[in-house]
Ligand binder design. Structure first.
Ligand SMILES: [Fe+2]
Ligand SMILES: [Fe+2]
Length: 224
C-alpha cells in the first residue's frame, strides 16, 4: 500500500508514530550507515601529494583533523534533527531536514578522506550525537528566532574552525583542502540563510558556552 494512503487512513496516529520513529531511524543512519553525497567530492580531481602518500606522520595528522570534522558533521546532523523533532511548524521542520540532507555531503566527503588516509572515525560519535540532539531540541523549544540564531552562530563558529584547519594542514595536501574549502563555503551560506530567515543574535554567554562545548569536542576527537 502507498504510505501516503496509510497516513490518510490512520491520520493522527500515523503522524505521532512517524515523528517518534523518524529520529530513531535518522540516528542509526547518521551513526552507522555509509553516506552517499549528492554532489561530486571536491577532491576527486586532485592528485594525492607525496607529502601525504609517503609521510605516515602527516597522514595520521590529517586523518585526525578530518576525524574532528566528521564528528562535527555528525553533531550538525543531530542539531538539525533535534530542532526538527520539536518544531511544531511543518515548513520549519521540512527546511531543517533539507539542511540536514545538505550536510550529508560533508559527512560523506570527510568519511571518504579518512578512509583514503587509513584513519578511522571517532568512537565517541554516539556521545556527540546524543549531546547535540539534546542541544538542538532545546534551541528548537526556545522558538524559531532563537533556533535560527543558533544555526547562524553554529555555522559562524564552524567556518572559523575550518579556516583554522586550513592553516594546520600541510600546504601540499590539495585533496583535503578542496573538501574543507567547499565545506566552509557551504557553512557560510547556511549561516547567512539562517540570519536572513530571522535568526536572532544569541546572548554572549550562550555563544561562549557553544565555543567551549565545540572546543571539548574538537580536542577529544583529534585522539578518540
Ligand atoms: Fe557541514
Ligand atoms: Fe552547515
Amino acid at each position: 500500500m502507498n504510505p501516503m494512503d496509510s497516513s490518510l487512513e490512520t491520520g493522527r496516529r500515523y503522524t505521532l508514530l512517524d515523528r517518534l520513529l523518524t529520529p530513531a531511524d535518522q540516528t542509526l543512519r547518521t551513526l552507522f550507515a555509509s553516506h552517499v553525497a549528492g554532489r561530486p567530492n571536491p577532491a576527486e580531481n586532485q592528485p594525492e601529494t607525496p607529502e601525504i602518500a609517503d609521510n605516515p606522520a602527516n597522514r595520521r595528522h590529517v586523518a585526525a583533523l578530518m576525524r574532528i570534522n566528521h564528528s562535527g558533521e555528525v553533531a550538525a546532523q543531530a542539531l538539525y534533527q533535534g530542532q526538527a523533532f520539536v518544531s511544531r511548524a511543518d515548513a520549519t521542520r521540512a527546511s531543517l531536514m533539507e539542511a540536514a540532507r545538505e550536510e550529508t555531503d560533508h559527512l560523506a566527503w570527510c568519511a571518504e578522506r579518512i578512509r583514503q588516509l587509513g584513519g578511522r572515525t571517532s568512537v565517541l560519535n554516539p556521545l556527540w550525537y546524543a549531546g547535540s540532539f539534546t542541544i538542538g531540541a532545546l534551541a528548537g523549544l526556545a522558538g524559531d528566532k532563537v533556533s535560527l540564531g543558533f544555526v547562524a552562530e553554529t555555522e559562524r563558529q564552524v567556518v572559523e574552525h575550518l579556516d583554522g584547519h586550513l592553516q594546520r594542514l600541510p600546504a601540499e595536501d590539495t585533496r583535503t583542502r578542496a573538501i574543507i574549502q567547499q565545506m566552509s563555503a557551504d557553512e557560510e551560506r547556511h549561516g547567512r540563510n539562517a540570519e536572513l530567515a530571522g535568526g536572532a543574535q544569541l546572548p554572549g554567554p550562550v555563544r561562549a558556552l557553544m565555543k567551549l562545548t565545540a572546543k571539548v569536542m574538537t580536542r577529544t576527537a583529534y585522539w578518540l
